[in-house]
Design a protein around this ligand. Structure first.
Ligand code: TXA
Ligand code: MG
Length: 326
């Protein structure tokens, strides 16, 4: 339970140009008044995020869309009706006056109405749009608890609303509706199939000159420790091989059996996709903090409900080994 006074404090911080971290149903966001470029710029400083990476504007309800988008095509309205409040972000042509700081200088804007009650209370009381990326340092694992946010940013954030662990655990599905069709830019808990069912039409391929979604860079969502993906029992074998070479290793397992090794950091992940997604980032953070030299993740199944999870894991594996992981 967050008291009224805490919400008042958060709203006052937003109005004063401060930063407020808040829970959404996906991950925690690091928010600022989207109509205040100076405040939004602070998000980029604190996150160490490149200025060209646009932010999502969070709204209390779809009625406010008109303030942010100059055109809302019927297919975007359909998606909003079906999935808002919820873990869906739509990209639309931006309205006049939407700051370049929010959009990274693009002619489009990302908007979403989250479903977490605390996020909705904050947005309703504030009354305007709150620009918020995931509350993690650039390129790193998103925060799914208030504790993660505090550890990552400390006093740089003016107010942290603590809503406990976020329910879904991975970031929203992003659909680009700024062109003729609807294109999936980032897979999320709402699957491509569900989007197509709501549209009554197939998703379009993202155009080659698609609006940049830098969250789609190969190197993203990465722990600091090098991370490798391995199929089934191979995960346990790989852990043994590392251990034999005297390397400290941590494993995020699914079905693999734990080998009898001393000092092995081992997490058995939930076997269902919802449970897995919910626990994923907290597990990666724990393994990352364990002081090991390598993280081995057992490859999850490849069904549609695992698509967003596999997307994030593939990026974490790419990000932890490459020089791009900043
Ligand atoms: O679940 C979520 O979406 C969380 C919560 C806090 O809402 N937010 C989140 O924000 O994941 P962030 O900034 O970590 O990721 C937003 C993604 C980035 O990949 C960004 O490049 C993309 O959205 N994006 C934002 N505006 C865009 C635009 N105008 N065109 C294309 N991509 C855009
Ligand atoms: Mg992010």
């Amino acid at each position: 339970m967050v008291e009224d006074s805490k919400l008042d404090q958060a709203v006052a911080a937003l109005r004063a140009g401060g930063l407020v971290a808040f829970p959404t149903e996906t991950v925690y966001g690091l928010g600022a008044d989207a109509s205040n470029p100076v405040a939004v710029r602070r998000i980029f400083e604190v996150k160490e995020r490149p200025a060209t990476h646009p932010l999502i504007v969070h709204l209390a309800d779809a009625v406010q869309l008109a303030n942010w988008a100059r055109e809302v095509p019927e297919h975007a309205r359909r998606l909003a009706r079906r999935f808002w409040p919820g873990p869906l972000t739509v990209i639309l042509k931006r309205a006049r006056g939407v700051s370049d700081v929010v959009t990274g200088g693009q002619d489009t804007v990302a908007v979403r109405v989250p479903s977490h009650p605390l996020a909705l209370q904050l947005l309703a009381r504030f009354g305007g749009g709150v620009a918020a990326p995931s509350a993690n340092r650039h390129g790193r694992v998103s925060a799914t608890t208030a504790e993660h946010v505090r550890r990552e940013f400390g006093a740089a954030v003016d107010c942290v609303l603590d809503g406990g662990a976020t329910q879904i655990g991975i970031e929203s599905t992003i659909v680009d509706c700024s062109g003729g069709g609807a294109a999936l830019l980032r897979p999320g808990w709402i699957t491509g199939r569900e989007i197509e069912a709501a549209l009554g039409a197939p998703l379009a391929a993202p155009p080659p000159e698609a609006p940049r979604a830098p969250g789609m860079l190969a190197a993203h969502y990465a722990p600091r420790t090098p991370l490798a993906l391995a199929e089934g029992e191979r995960a346990a074998e790989l852990a043994e091989e590392h251990a034999r070479r005297g390397r400290r290793v941590a494993v995020l397992a699914l079905s693999a059996r734990r080998p009898p090794l001393e000092g092995l950091e081992w997490i058995a992940a939930p076997r269902d996709a919802a449970g897995y997604a919910h626990a994923l980032y907290a597990s990666l953070r724990r393994l990352d903090d364990s002081g090991c030299e390598t993280i081995v993740v057992e490859q999850p199944p490849r069904g549609p409900e695992w698509a967003a999870i596999n997307d994030r894991l593939a990026r974490a594996a790419a990000g932890s080994s490459g020089p791009d992981a900043t």
